[in-house]
Structure formats: C-alpha cells, structure tokens
Design a protein around this ligand. Structure first.
Ligand code: PEP
Length: 250
C-alpha cells in the first residue's frame, strides 16, 4: 500500500507575513502526523522562505510550474535547476488553470514532466476533464490523451516514482468534489493505462485526487484503493483546515 501524500497548492496567494504564519501553523499542527507525506507548492518568490522555514521539518516544498527549457533567453521562465537551488523536491506540471490561461499544450506539459523527472525532481502531473467532456462521456479519452502524450514522447518508465493528480476541472475551486466512486474509477483507469506499458512504473506511481477536497470529505476519498492522497487548493490556505485533510490521510 502507498503511503499517502498530501500536496498544498497555494496558487497565487500569500505574502511574506501571511506565509510565515501559515507555515508555522503547518509545522506545529502536522508534527504529530507521522504516516503522511506533505508537500507545499508555493509561488516562485517564496521558495527561499519555504526553504528557510521548512528545512529540518518533515514538510517538503516545491513549485507550481517550471520551464520546459534548461536555460537561456526565456524571459520570465524558471528552470528546474533554479528550483533545485532552493531545495524544491516537487513541481506541479500542467495544472488546468495554467493549461487554459497560458495555452500549454500536452506536448509542452510532457516536456516539463520529463525535465523534472530527469533532474530528480518529482513531477505532479495534473490531468482531468471539463464538465462538458464528462457529460459527453469522453472523460477517459481526454485523460488518456494527456497520459499517452508522455508515454509516446518519453516512455511509460517516466512515470516511475512520479505523481499524477486527477483534477476534474469542474471540481476545482467549485465546492463540488467528485464522488469517491467517480475519482476511484478514473484513478484505476489511469493506473491501468500506464500498467499496460510498464507495470512497475504504474505500481510505483502515486495518484492524487484534487478538486474541492476539504476536512469533511477527505476521509471518504482517501479510503478508496487507488486514491493515494490529495492535491489541495483552497483547503491548504488555512492551517486548521489543512491539518484536518492531512489527518484524514494519516
Ligand atoms: C487545485 O487547483 O489544484 C485544487 C485542487 O483546488 P481546490 O482544492 O481549491 O479545488
């Protein structure tokens, strides 16, 4: 059985003062929870702050995006080596809020995933369908295409030790989480899709559920067989609420 993983995605929230308070809350509240891994993905400018406050604790930190290129004339981009300079261990790749607003293609996302993986940073690949796609019954086809792009460009072994977050777009920030059964069905589908190419990679992969997880619905989701934890947006911005979610995973 996989050890559960809970990842906070702060999105574009925070300030030096607010982050300090929130991280101190995390450190104090999550200390007794020894059976769950926790990562907090902060906005780029706060990676140094996360490093200085979280170093020596059991909480790891990461970023919400990275460049597909390693270095060069790419104004505004941040490379994998820069994230590592600040001790980041994880990076979110292909979050739907970025894919939609910044027109990220599946191919670009696949390259970012490969860059993270090749540099020993754990990529957290976000996949998921829109409400229209779910209502049309094509959600598996949509998610399969996101997964298959990585498999065809870089091979299924890329998924070994990586993280996939199933985030139905209709559930993100809406207060309307997927049911445990809906999430489990898609998680099983994702694992099976990768297992068809590489069983070991599929077994070592953690698949998180993301989309309106809170301290009330977390347990029902986390008990499902293929749900290995959660990617948490709004629920991570309050230390008490986040503790409740981590406690459910613990
Ligand atoms: C997210 O955007 O990754 C997310 C899961 O957000 P929320 O928890 O707020 O739905």
């Amino acid at each position: 059985m996989h050890r559960k993983l809970v990842v906070a995605n702060w999105k574009m929230h925070g300030s030096l003062a607010a982050n300090q308070q929130l991280l101190e809350g995390y450190i104090q509240r999550l200390k007794p929870l020894e059976n769950v891994d926790v990562v907090v993905c902060v906005p780029y400018p706060y990676l140094g702050q996360a490093q200085s406050l979280l170093q020596g604790t059991s909480i790891a930190w990461g970023a919400q995006n990275l460049s597909k290129d390693l270095a060069g004339a790419y104004t505004g981009e941040v490379s994998v080596a820069m994230l590592q300079d600040f001790g980041a261990t994880h990076v979110i790749v292909g979050h739907s809020e970025r894919a939609t607003a910044y027109c990220e293609s599946d191919e670009n996302i696949a390259t970012k995933f490969m860059q993270a993986k090749s540099h020993a940073l754990t990529p957290i690949l976000c996949v998921g369908e829109t409400l229209i796609e779910r209502e049309a019954g094509v959600m598996e086809m949509v998610v399969a295409k996101q997964i298959d792009t990585i498999i065809s460009m870089y091979g299924a072994s890329m998924f070994a030790g990586a993280v996939v977050a199933y985030e139905p777009i209709w559930a993100i920030g809406t207060g309307l989480a997927a049911t445990p059964e809906q999430a489990q069905a898609m998680h099983e589908f994702i694992r099976g899709r990768i297992a068809a190419h590489d069983k070991d990679a599929a077994n070592s992969l953690k698949i998180l559920y993301g989309g309106s997880v809170n301290s009330q619905n977390a347990v029902q989701l986390f008990v499902m067989q293929d749900i290995n934890g959660g990617l948490i947006g709004r629920g991570s911005l309050n230390a008490e609420e986040f503790e409740g979610i981590c406690r459910a995973a613990n």
